[in-house]
Design a protein around this ligand. Structure first.
Ligand SMILES: Cc1cc2nc3c(=O)[nH]c(=O)nc-3n(C[C@H](O)[C@H](O)[C@H](O)COP(=O)(O)O)c2cc1C
Length: 438
């Protein structure tokens, strides 16, 4: 346990890995050929045995999700590759799409056979121009060679695949917002229940939505068996995880680690330590929607679903953001709050309004106009947003704000400073406005 381990990224630096010829020269598409000869129920069983959990953020069991797909409904079954990758600090699906797109396609075909789906779609964020061109070119090549379309690999199985570009909205990464967008509507999430994608997904048909990394991991799992995968990692966090490491480290980049890697060791050994010999102040381990952790609470924390949750944050999408001692945590909180205020789809009032309130409060604190009670006010707004919205955006907006104020209260207190100064400044500003009105 606790090491750099390459299952998904093993070939990404090989020449022409993004082409069909390059991919096949290293054994590509051999797994799907084998899988098409297996009973779909056995494929599902292997995925369940592997313990694979969704890599898009929620960490839900992939095998369990597939088992919710009803059989013989007479409706088409859809597979969606969620390549929206919009969570700030996350840029790992991009590497797979750019460098090894056929691995993603092969993973999608494995999923398709398991749930007997004849149609799939990669939904990719609009800003991902180059990754889009790579995955589209790979789909075209696969069609040209007969690996997509009718009777693939002579198996009698038909599978069609398209690539769809989003227009750049974070909310279209939320699975039901994505489905709405794909249907040509505003990307506003659907109520769950009743609209669980497994039963009422795309065009109200059974649909599997999986993250790009989750789908790519299927190739190794079906090649080596679910048991072999389950033996990698720790406890219920099996396998490897791609980590997008950024911030004040010497070697930012995408790393593949075995789950259970000690967090501080990861910073030192993979990320090359903190830039400029500075001291570590905090880490957001799972992407911007997860709470920040203080440096002094990281001893013994390992990078897996359970340990990070126990520490008060989460694995999320693996957007690992490192902050050194020079970081102004009020500014960091404002930066994150600005993103969520901007990206709310506006459907639910608590999220639409609350996000802007939180941003405004952090802004006034950072401008020296904070008021006594502002921190409590942010806490109260967060409590009224999280759990009160149609989708988990409410949590994504609240958790980081709560993380910053709870973990670094002294910084907020310091910047709010003397309450009377703040009030005097506000009074002066109001008087100025009042006089200006005359
Ligand atoms: C606001 C919001 C944004 C999300 N953005 C993404 C995203 O960009 N990519 C992704 O794979 N999942 C995203 N998710 C999670 C998806 O809703 C869904 O859980 C995931 O695609 C399922 O795939 P998985 O089980 O393989 O992780 C987001 C969720 C929320 C609430």
């Amino acid at each position: 346990m606790g090491k750099h381990r390459c299952l998904l990224l093993k070939n990404i630096t090989q020449p022409n890995q993004h082409t069909l010829a390059g991919y096949e020269s290293r054994g590509g598409y051999s797994v799907i050929k084998k899988v098409l000869g297996m009973d779909p129920a056995k494929v599902l069983e292997e995925v369940k045995t592997s313990g694979l959990r969704g890599r898009g953020g929620a960490g839900f069991s992939t095998g369990m999700k597939w088992s919710f797909i009803p059989k013989n409904t007479g409706k088409p079954v859809y597979i969606i590759n969620n390549a929206d990758e919009s969570e700030p600090g996350t840029f790992k699906d991009r590497v797979l799409l750019e460098r090894d797109p056929h691995q993603v396609i092969e993973g999608m075909l494995i999923a398709a056979w398991a749930v007997q789906s004849n149609w799939s779609c990669t939904y990719i964020r609009g800003e991902y121009g180059f990754p889009y061109s790579r995955i589209q070119a790979a789909v075209d090549e696969a069609y040209a060679k007969g690996y997509l379309g009718e009777n693939i690999f002579g198996s009698g199985f038909t599978h069609h695949m398209v690539v769809h570009r989003g227009a750049g909205a974070y909310i279209c990464g939320e699975e039901t917002g994505l489905l709405e967008s794909l249907e040509g509507n505003k990307g506003q999430p659907r109520l769950k229940p009743p609209y669980f994608p497994a039963t009422m997904g795309l065009y109200m048909c059974p649909t599997v939505v999986n993250n790009t990394e989750t789908l790519a991991a299927l190739v190794w799992i079906l090649e080596n068996g679910g048991k072999a995968y389950s033996e990698i990692g720790v406890g219920k966090s099996t396998g490897t995880k791609l980590i997008s490491a950024s911030g004040h480290i010497n070697k930012p980049g995408v790393y593949e680690i075995e789950l259970g890697y000690p967090l501080l060791q990861f910073i030192e050994e993979e990320c090359g330590g903190i830039r400029g010999g500075k001291k570590l102040k905090g880490v957001i381990p799972g992407g911007s929607s997860f709470p920040v952790l203080r440096a002094d609470e990281l001893a013994g924390v390992t990078m897996d679903y359970e340990s990070l949750a126990k520490a008060g944050s989460g694995m999320g999408s693996g957007g690992f953001m490192v902050m050194d001692e020079t970081t102004d945590m009020v500014q960091a909180a404002l930066n994150v709050a600005h993103f969520y205020a901007h990206e709310s789809c506006g459907q639910c009032t608590p999220c639409r309004e609350g996000g802007h309130w939180i941003e405004k409060i952090f802004k006034r604190i950072s401008h020296g106009n904070g008021l006594v009670g502002d921190v409590q006010l942010v806490e109260s707004i967060c409590n009224q947003v999280a759990g009160h919205t149609i989708c988990a955006f409410g949590e994504a907006l609240s958790w980081p704000a709560q993380g910053f104020i709870r973990k670094f209260p002294e910084e907020f207190k310091e910047q709010i400073g003397d309450a009377l100064v703040g009030i005097r400044k506000r009074k002066e500003a109001l008087n100025f406005e009042h006089e200006g009105a005359h």
